[in-house]
Structure formats: C-alpha cells, structure tokens
Write a protein that binds this ligand. Structure first.
Ligand code: ZN
Length: 434
C-alpha cells in the first residue's frame, strides 16, 4: 500500500506484544494512536501496512495498559523515610507536619511524586489532599491523568474547618471539564467528617456523577470513635447513611469483620482499595483475597509513606505475597488486573482507561524485554504482572502524549523537580520545628 493510501496516525507502536483486555496477548502486534485515543490494535503487519505516522516506535517490548493508583497522597513524599518516628503515621507524624504545609509546598512535593509515578508506568493517580489546586497544576504540567479530590475535614486533623465541605464541593465543580483531571469528593474519614456531612457529600457526588474517595475503617481510633458514637462499625455506619450505594473508593477497609465484609460484597459500586505495604507497616492487613472471593471489586493503591514509593505495580505484586501470609491466595494476574481495569472501574473511568481497546485513551506503557531481569518469566502477561518494575519502563503515554521516553521523563527536568522537593522538605520541617 502506498503512503497516500495509508491512514494517518499520530503514533504507531509496532513489533511488540500487546496485553489485551482480560487475559489475552497479541504477539508481534501494534497499536495506532490518534488524538489521544487508541484507533487500531492489530498485528504489526496489518498496522504497518495500513497506517503512516511520523512517530513510529518499534519493539521488541510489551505494551500494557497504563497502571492506575487508586489511592494516594502525592504531597506526602515529604514523609518518606520517617518510619522510625514514633506513633501512628497519620495522627502522630503527618498531621503535625501538615499543619505547616501550604499550596507551594504541595506543588513541589506532588511534582516529585508524579514524576516517580510516571517513571513507574503509572498513567492515572487518584489523589486525596489539601491544596488540591496545586496538585492539579502539577498533574497538568507533567501530564499524568488525575482523579483529584480536595480533602474535606471538619474535626481533628490539619486544615479542618466549617468551610471544608463547601471548598471540597467547589473544587469538584470547578474541575469538571479540565483536561486530564477527573474530580472526586474526598471526605477524610467518617470520624473526622461526621454523619451529616457524609450524607451531604454522597448526595453531591451523585448529583455531579463523581466518585466519593475516602478512608474507610483505617484505624483503631476511627473504629473506636464510630462505635462510641453510633454503636456500629465504620462500615456498618456508612451503610446506614446510604453512602455505599454511591460509587465509593474505599481506601483500606482494614478494621472490618465478617459482617462488614458481607456489607461491602453486596455493594457493587464500592471498591475497597488495598495498599499492601502501608497495611503491613501498620500491622493490620485488609482481607483482600477473602473480600475478592466474596465479590468485592478490590482495587490497589500505594497510599503514601510508609510505603515510600508511588509504584503501584510493585504494590500489586506485593499484594499477592502479603495475602499469602494470611493463608490466602491472590494471583499476580488478578492484582495486575485490579491495578488496571479494576482501578479504572473503581474511579468511574471504566470506559476511558485501563484497557487497550479501540476508542480508549492512549494511556500505555512500553516495557523493555531486552534486560536480564526480563528473562525467565514465560509469557508476556506473566512477565509484566509478576516481574516488571520501574527499571523496565521504556516509554509511557498518557492520552497519547509520550511523557516518558527511554526511561526518562519528557515533561519535566528530573533533577530540578527532585531538588525543589528537597528544598520544600527543609522549609516544612523548619516550620514544624523538627
Ligand atoms: Zn490515605
């Protein structure tokens, strides 16, 4: 076929193995991208003959859907390597420091985390934090997709106020048509927000068709407070309030018993998010495999320190191992699907990203297969799910934009981003008197 008769594509990735939805693999395949979306997926021979492009990226390698981190706090990169500090990470370490944070520091911390996430093959993050406008700026600058919520908190924690509810709703309203940004309503947790606000948030989320992203049953302190106040567990109380009939990204669900698991399993719009390293560090592990078996659509998140890294594939791999400690079985293939298709569903993006399918956003990762570590895994799906990590990321596209190439960030200067985060950390710790 002549060049003139071939269709134009902005980018063609060819001569690669392609991970298809579910468990399929297309060997020696290719993907054509135009206007930020996947326009064709076929054998390399068919795509090469049918499409012309000024940007052709050739294998060998494996193309997978971009990874999705369903629960994180990007600005908490300042809290890395604080594991030795005494007390509960949230209440005794983060909160006193967070009193001293501001929008400028949030932007600097978020940039280093976003850069790290992109370099680990993450194309979507679901972030929950204060000064969320600063996170949006960083998201758009570096080119990651963000499901962003402004933390709503009424009691107890830093930045709590009576204006917090209105601010959180206003943030979501203002970001409903911002490219790469998908707003969420982000109450901190039931104990720090209160029943009436939770009901109002669920109603607003329904009206705006955005997810509720919140911490659920994440600590003994929360469990005790809700039990004391309502006589119910946090999950039973959320059910009583009607929130669980709304799309809810339910981070942690660690302090839950069999009755709570049954409630969650009966709520198809509720996605419990498992964050293995954080759970292990806190000594309380979500019963992810059991809940998955019961029918809950489990998602995977990094959360933030003490997991230290924003590598959600690493967390998906850890999830499988950590569940084995509970005597449970959760395969790496299942946790990989959770970190792609599953997390997309959790965030209300099941028709947008998380799969390599026609019309989906071109949120893709090209994994290297020419390194020693890539040997020995057998088939491509197993290799990505069980072995791949940041060291094998060659390229990353978000909405068709190549944000990582040759294992380097194309949208920002990594040393400058890292140095700015270091300087911001000094400022924050100085302000906090540490
Ligand atoms: Zn969290």
């Amino acid at each position: 076929m002549s060049d003139e008769s071939r269709r134009h594509a902005d980018t063609v990735i060819t001569g690669v193995d392609v991970l298809l939805p579910g468990s399929g693999v297309l060997r020696d395949g290719a993907v054509a991208i135009t206007d930020g979306s996947i326009m064709a997926v076929d054998s390399a021979a068919v795509i090469d003959a049918g499409f012309a492009s000024d940007c052709v990226v050739s294998g060998p390698g494996i193309v997978s859907p971009g990874l999705i981190d369903a629960h994180t706090h990007l600005a908490l990169s300042f809290a890395r390597a604080l594991r030795e500090m005494k007390g509960h990470p949230v209440y005794d370490v983060f909160w006193p420091l967070e009193l001293c944070i501001d929008a400028e520091l949030v932007g600097a911390f978020a940039r280093t985390s976003i850069a790290e996430a992109l370099l680990a093959g993450v194309t979507t993050v679901a972030d929950h934090y204060f000064y969320a406008d600063a996170t949006v700026e960083a998201v758009r600058e570096l080119g990651i997709r963000g499901v962003i919520g402004q933390t709503i908190i009424r009691h107890d924690g830093p930045h709590h106020s009576e204006q917090s509810l209105g601010d959180g709703i206003d943030f979501a309203e203002r970001h409903r048509s911002v490219p790469l940004v998908h707003p969420a309503l982000a109450p901190h947790a039931l104990d720090t927000v209160g029943d009436d606000w939770i009901v109002a948030i669920a109603g607003s989320a329904r009206a705006m068709d955005v997810p509720v992203h919140m911490h659920v049953a994440q600590s003994q302190r929360e469990w005790d407070a809700i039990r004391h106040r309502s006589g119910r567990s946090p999950i039973a109380q959320l059910d009583e309030l009607g929130v669980l009939d709304q799309r809810t990204v339910a981070a942690h669900c660690m302090y839950a018993d069999g009755a709570d698991h049954a409630i969650l399993a009966s709520k198809p719009l509720v996605h419990p998010i498992y964050c293995p390293t954080v759970h292990a560090a806190l000594g309380k592990v979500m019963a992810a495999a059991k809940m998955y078996r019961m029918g809950s659509p489990i998602g995977i998140g990094t959360d933030a320190a003490p997991s230290e890294r924003f590598d959600v594939l690493g967390e998906a791999q850890a999830a499988s191992a950590h569940q084995a400690v509970l005597g449970e079985s959760l395969s790496v293939e299942a946790t990989f699907l959770a970190a792609t298709e599953g997390n997309a569903q959790a965030l209300g993006l099941g028709e947008v990203t998380g799969k390599i399918e026609l019309g989906y956003a071109a949120d893709l990762v090209l994994w290297r297969t020419d390194r020693a570590v890539a040997g020995g895994a057998g088939d491509p799906r197993r290799l990505v799910a069980a072995v791949c990590g940041p060291d094998l990321v060659e390229s990353v596209w978000v909405a068709g934009r190549r944000v990582v190439s040759g294992g380097r960030l194309t949208t920002g200067d990594e040393p400058i981003i890292g140095a700015a985060a270091d300087a911001a950390r000094v400022t924050l710790f100085d302000r906090a008197g540490l």
